[in-house]
Design a protein around this ligand. Structure first.
Ligand SMILES: *Cc1c(COP(=O)(O)O)cnc(C)c1O
Length: 396
């Protein structure tokens, strides 16, 4: 029997045991990795029973695999949702939801601080299929409500946003959706279910790039969408057509990564807070974006709705051009230069170079990506080592 159906266990017990059978195949303590592209039937009646949904089992690998089923149950349990659909990346999860839920003439409203590929997919690609994307200023609830038309099908936001760490008031966001009969989606990749569970606030869908904190080891790509089973069934069906599924081995790695989710998040939260406080106190730093700081624009709402603030910190240097900013990045010895976040290894990057290099300057600045900006994804290394390294990089 799956653990979560018996009792409401804590987040660490759920990370370790959630979604897993108590006694597994071959008496193995871990779930065996099932390397099968197809699943066989003992006779024709079994095929008919499967088609008539009298029997839950595997059919063909593009529609799912046993390792995926376990990790989906674990993720649904962690998020407090009925069901979870796993995708081969966070982006394929976003594509899966948008393509399932919107048709030509429908509209989606985004808060404008968002993962740049999500924005690009909607504005450049869904537009080719007649779906209209409206963007409004992040956390401007009046603007979001004003952008809703009779054709609006979905409201989308991240919380916290990347890279400015703005925090959406989830009660208000969900309420706008309910009042206007429009579904709501929160990309909570930066928060994780350790720090906030958007479904508890009445949001319809929570989405994660599981590549980040959920997997946690910078060694795989995956995405997940969690919500009510009745709302996810068409998304799961479309995924079977799109084919954006994870291999059994990838699912196993995600399941393994999730075992330490609780202890990793405690460390990410503690390191994030300590490093943010250090940066804020440093003379070379002019601004720090981190929801755990009292100076952050969204600290109050973050403190009310989140348990901790994660490991992502964005900061700006005082009187530095892009080259001097790059020099600080280059002097760091512990964090490696790279995109992504949420893994045990700390990463650092200059958003101007890493994600926005090819964008015209005025468009980049309109997204608040300045030349002197650095984004750091704090890993689980020792706090003092990270701070000492940043200190030498800032003062070098
Ligand atoms: C990384 C990321 C994505 C995309 O996820 P992939 O797994 O890289 O496809 C989407 N949203 C946020 C907030 C992210 O950080």
């Amino acid at each position: 029997m799956a653990l979560e159906s018996k009792k409401n266990y804590g987040i660490s017990t759920t990370s370790v045991h959630g979604g897993e059978a108590h006694q597994k195949a071959l008496d193995s303590i871990t779930d065996p990795i099932v390397m099968a592209s197809t699943y066989t039937f003992s006779d024709t009646q079994s095929v008919i029973d499967y088609i008539e949904q009298k029997q839950k089992r595997g059919e063909y690998g593009r529609y799912g695999n046993p390792n995926e089923a376990v990790v989906e149950r674990k993720l649904a349990a962690l998020e407090g949702g009925e069901d979870a659909v796993l995708f081969s990346s966070g982006m394929s999860a976003i594509v899966g939801v948008i393509m399932s839920k919107l048709s030509a003439g429908d509209e989606v409203v985004f808060f404008d601080e968002c993962y740049h590929r999500s924005r690009e997919f909607c504005s450049k690609h869904m537009s080719r299929f007649g779906v209209v994307t409206r963007q409004v200023e992040a956390c401007n609830y009046e603007a979001m409500e004003a952008a809703i038309t009779p054709n609006t099908k979905l409201l989308v936001s991240e919380s916290p946003t990347n890279p400015h760490l703005s925090v959406v008031d989830l009660n208000r966001f969900a309420e706008i959706g309910r009042r206007n009969n429009v579904e709501t989606l929160i990309d909570a990749t930066l928060a994780t279910p350790y720090n906030v569970k958007p479904l508890d606030f009445g949001v319809d869908y929570v989405l994660h790039s599981a590549t980040k904190y959920l997997a946690g080891h910078n060694d795989l790509l995956a995405g997940v969408i969690v919500g009510r089973e009745s709302k996810l069934s068409d998304i799961r069906y479309l995924r079977g057509i799109l084919g954006s599924i994870n291999s059994a081995h990838n699912c196993y790695l995600l399941q393994r990564g999730l075992k330490t989710f609780d202890v990793r998040m405690q460390r990410h939260n503690a390191n994030g807070q300590a490093v943010a406080e250090f940066l804020e106190s440093h003379a070379r730093v002019s601004k720090v974006y981190y929801p755990g700081l009292a100076s952050h624009d969204y600290h109050e709402i973050a403190a009310r709705q989140m348990r901790g603030y994660g490991g992502l910190i964005t900061f700006e240097l005082a009187d530095a051009d892009w080259r001097e900013t790059a020099n600080v990045v280059d002097r760091c010895q512990i964090p490696k230069i790279g995109p992504s976040l949420g893994g045990v290894e700390s990463l650092i990057e200059q958003p101007l170079v890493m994600s926005y290099y090819e964008l015209p300057e005025d468009e980049r600045l309109s997204y608040g990506i300045r030349d002197n900006m650095i984004r750091m994804a704090i890993g689980i290394e020792d706090t003092d080592d990270i701070i000492l390294d940043l200190k030498q990089a800032l003062e070098g």
